[in-house]
Design a protein around this ligand. Structure first.
Ligand code: FE2
Length: 256
């Protein structure tokens, strides 16, 4: 397991689009005719109607969450990119730390929400099958143990954050992570496969103070085919860190 050595060439869609820009997706921030064209982040269309996830998630929540909250992260990410370009143009890095914080917060918020929308489906729920099911059984012991662990990861978040099922490519294992805000306490290199938005804006309008009911209801919506596709893609990543991990039972290769 692990999918390494497949010879697959990594594909960066955004980079490919730079060669043939799609309308509205690439901007030229070029105040002095020196800045290169910059790929813009965009709010993705939902693949279902706002009300399609009811009764588990209300249409009003989805409409506000997608159209208002997610859009703020998209706008913030593009603004931070522009500020970085402007800082380089002016050769003024006085505010670089604040810009980097804004960039990490907003890009991470955009990425996680984009995954979240695709992780959910009106036809979701049930249990994963095939490779994802096998990986969950291998790395968590059982689906029930995985469900309990991810739910507890979400329920114990202090403040705003996410719970995520991730692929950790160094050890080639599934794991869970608790993400503070959108970007804090992330295991480096891990790839999110299934993300549970635990920010209040994701549930409070419908569930009030009883967020445990939201954490239970969302299991009726998980799109396991989407998570399985993410696992397949993540397993093609090679972090080039083979010397940083030892297979179970394997003797240490280096002399002590
Ligand atoms: Fe959110």
């Amino acid at each position: 397991m692990g999918g390494r050595g497949s010879g697959a060439v990594p594909v960066c869609v955004a980079y490919q689009r730079l060669a043939v820009p799609a309308a509205g997706e690439v901007m030229s921030f070029n105040p002095n005719k020196r800045s290169p064209a910059v790929t813009r982040y965009v709010l993705p269309e939902l693949r279902y109607d706002f009300g399609a996830l009811e009764p588990h998630l209300s249409g009003k929540i989805i409409e506000l969450h997608h159209g208002r909250h997610h859009r703020l992260y998209v706008d913030g990410a593009n603004r931070a990119v522009e500020e970085l370009i402007e800082a380089r143009r002016r050769d003024d890095f006085q505010h670089i730390a604040a810009i980097q914080r804004a960039l990490a917060f907003n890009v991470s918020g955009h990425v996680l929400h984009s995954i979240y929308w695709q992780n959910l489906s009106p036809e979701g729920g049930g249990r994963p099958t095939r490779a994802l099911a096998q990986a969950i059984d291998r790395d968590f012991g059982s689906f029930d143990a995985f469900k309990k662990q991810l739910t507890r990861v979400a329920a114990t978040i202090m403040g705003s954050g996410w719970a995520a099922l991730v692929w950790e490519p160094v050890s080639c294992r599934l794991g869970t992570t608790q993400i503070k805000d959108h970007q804090g306490e992330v295991t480096q290199g891990s790839v999110p496969l299934l993300v549970l938005d635990a920010w209040e804006h994701a549930w409070y309008l419908q569930y009030g103070a009883d967020k445990a009911r939201y954490f239970e209801a969302i299991w009726n919506l998980w799109n396991w085919d989407d998570a399985a596709a993410r696992l397949e893609g993540a397993q093609k990543l090679d972090p080039v860190l083979a010397m940083a991990v030892e297979a179970p039972g394997e003797e240490a290769r280096l002399p002590h």
